[in-house]
Design a protein around this ligand. Structure first.
Ligand code: HPA
Length: 245
């Protein structure tokens, strides 16, 4: 079964034909909310709102371990993450969809492994390619089938939040090679890898990152809301075309 983790602006899937909801308990505590099972096009899908269905959980408080564990319990065979980001690269402005292919992790203090070492097991997963290539390709085919466009590839910088970055921090991220910046991509991606579940992301650029273009002096939350609303409609259409992709 395909799993979708929805971020800001995607706390529900309007096109999801809901069958049931399930509260899952995990050894890691509570997931962000109940899992919602349904059908998207003809396929069974499980959906989870990353920040809770009322959007009350900030990025640094999301229980990523519980979320991923719950999705594994639900027999998720692949996970598509939908997340809003700030655009660092000039061609990654508001409204642009990006299917990233790399990650740089700047988060700290998050529980970022299932392998704590307590049971005598030291495990180092390979993370050279953090996103599953076949799943990325499938997303890109769905983008095309939906008549949408997305940028194929990009480096996602995961910052701690919940505050936005300073202009100097964005300059540093750019020097590091980052193209977009968000707060939730890690440890979500690596926990999926540790569980052996293919994982890929659709990033929705909702603002230029701090210090860039119209965010030169400040980031406007009003325009973020407007872009989010419009762009998530397009993401829903892309998800609707996953079956044929
Ligand atoms: N920075 C970090 N996370 C974000 C941003 C940003 O500018 N926009 C949306 N999520």
């Amino acid at each position: 079964m395909l799993a979708i983790i929805g971020g800001s602006g995607l706390t529900q899937l309007a096109n999801l034909n809901i069958i049931r909801q399930e509260v899952v308990r995990t050894p890691y505590g509570e997931p962000s909310g109940a899992l919602t099972f349904g059908h998207l096009c003809a396929q069974p899908v499980v959906f989870l709102a990353r920040h809770g269905y009322g959007h009350t959980i900030p990025p640094h408080k999301v229980n990523y371990q519980a979320n991923l564990w719950a999705l594994q319990q639900a027999k998720a065979e692949a996970i598509i993450s939908v997340a809003s980001v700030g655009g660092i690269r000039a061609d990654m402005g508001p409204g642009v969809l990006v299917v990233p292919d790399q990650i740089i992790d700047y988060t700290w203090g998050r529980k970022s492994t299932f392998f704590e070492g307590g049971d005598g097991q030291v495990v180092h997963v390979d993370f050279t390619q953090p996103y599953d290539q076949a799943l990325r390709a499938r997303i890109l085919r769905a983008v095309e089938a939906a008549g949408e466009t997305a940028i194929d590839g990009g480096v996602y910088a995961a910052t701690q939040g919940p505050r936005l970055e300073t202009a100097a921090e964005i300059n540093r991220l750019e020097r590091d090679g980052a193209d977009v910046v968000g707060m939730t991509g890690m440890p979500e991606a690596v926990l999926a890898r540790e569980l052996g579940i293919p994982y890929a992301a659709i990033n929705v650029v909702v603002n230029y990152a701090a210090g860039r273009a119209d965010s030169a002096q400040h980031i406007s939350f009003d325009s973020i809301e407007a872009v989010l609303l419009q762009a998530m409609g397009r993401v829903r259409r892309v998800l609707d075309h996953l079956c044929e992709a």
